[in-house]
Ligand binder design. Structure first.
Ligand SMILES: Cc1cc2nc3c(=O)[nH]c(=O)nc-3n(C[C@H](O)[C@H](O)[C@H](O)COP(=O)(O)OP(=O)(O)OC[C@H]3O[C@@H](n4cnc5c(N)ncnc54)[C@H](O)[C@@H]3O)c2cc1C
Length: 323
């Protein structure tokens, strides 16, 4: 049975009772904010203004207060009536539908004791489109894992930055067996983390922990983002790592304020979510993009909302576990 889903600008799409709101949207060419698609990050948190939805998921990222206020996760909720949803169609930004393609490993480079850079190539006849900031899924030997794309779209190779997780199924492959010319499959592109238009803001802040720098690197190195970036008076990157020697990348543009936050080399220990409060920011004119650990994202969001940031100006991509 199909229901009508109405967005805040009045646009509508139909969604079957067997589909999640995100699945129904995608089927109709509508792109709503989302990332992990398994109810564990909160990128697809929307407020239901009218109507009923159901889910079998616990929706752990939502607080009781948010649930009481009508917030749901669109990737695990199915409609049981027509719905009015406080959500925006992002299709104007030019998303491509995901494709599944073979890919081969070109190079593997060690960036630190627990981080590698993997460069992939897809067949020459396979067109791969993505927006800088999006991620892809790697499928290998029955395992599927998500990785943000670290290279910009005009690069001839797809670059991934991968951290080793102790006991991790895919980590065992990347750090033990993977070698040039290995054949993988990719589902690309995925997610809605990308740089939007913010002509009314003057400060852009990126927050990253660990390999969460990957999509930020892609966004900042993108040719097509340079006009958007030039509109900001300040662009700041706060990157949390343990040690200085792990900082394997820095932005080329001198305009970007690049601030590594080194938790093991500071006394007391410092984390990006705390340091952001020490920046001299006009929070009402700022927009924040955060990527990496879910804990950093949740705490950074709480801290910046307390400082007066509007929650619509905080975008995030949480690297939640797949299992
Ligand atoms: C949208 C998205 C983008 C991502 N981008 C990247 C990226 O660019 N680079 C990257 O290295 N990883 C990224 N990840 C995480 C990645 O998908 C895997 O979860 C991670 O690499 C571990 O996979 P594994 O098979 O080695 O470990 P698993 O076999 O899945 O797990 C092994 C152990 O590690 C824990 N664990 C697994 N993943 C995480 C995690 N993310 N945080 C905390 N604990 C975890 C598990 O709970 C388990 O105890 C991303 C995740 C998402 C959802």
């Amino acid at each position: 049975m199909g229901f009508e889903i109405k967005l805040k600008d009045g646009q509508t799409f139909s969604c079957e009772s067997t589909q999640t709101l995100i699945e129904g949207a995608v089927q109709n060419g509508v792109f709503l904010d989302h990332s992990c698609l398994t109810g564990r990050c909160s990128s697809c948190k929307f407020k239901v203004i009218k109507g009923e939805t159901v889910t079998g998921s616990e929706e752990l990222p939502l607080s009781l207060e948010e649930k009481n206020q009508g917030y749901i996760l669109g990737c695990v909720r199915k409609p049981v009536s027509d719905i009015e949803l406080e959500a925006e169609d992002l299709s104007q930004y030019g998303f491509s539908n995901p494709v599944t393609t073979p890919a081969k490993i070109n190079t593997i480079k060690s960036l630190s004791t627990e981080i590698i850079q993997v460069n992939l190539r897809v067949p020459p006849n396979q067109k791969v489109n993505f927006l800088e900031g999006q991620y892809l899924n790697v499928l290998w030997n029955g395992i599927k894992r998500s990785y943000s794309i670290a290279s910009p779209t005009n690069s001839s190779e797809i670059e991934l930055i991968i951290k080793k997780y102790e006991g991790g199924a895919m980590s065992a492959y990347w750090f033990g067996q993977a070698k040039p010319n290995d054949l993988l499959r990719l589902e690309i592109p995925k997610g809605t983390f990308f740089l939007r238009n913010h002509s009314d803001k003057d400060t852009l802040v990126f927050l990253a922990t660990g390999t969460g720098i990957a999509p930020i690197k892609s966004i900042l190195e993108s040719q097509s983002n340079q006009d958007k970036l030039a509109l900001f008076k300040r662009v700041i990157v706060l990157w949390g790592m343990k040690y200085e020697k792990e900082i394997f990348w820095k932005p080329e543009s001198a305009k970007i304020e690049f601030i590594p936050v080194l938790s093991r080399e500071s006394q007391p220990k410092q984390y990006v979510q705390d340091v952001i409060g020490n920046l001299d920011l006009d929070i009402s004119k700022s927009v924040i993009y955060a990527c990496g650990s879910d804990q950093m994202i949740q705490e950074a969001k709480k801290n910046t909302l307390e400082l007066g940031l509007n929650s619509n100006h905080f975008y995030s991509d949480a690297f939640v576990a797949s299992n």
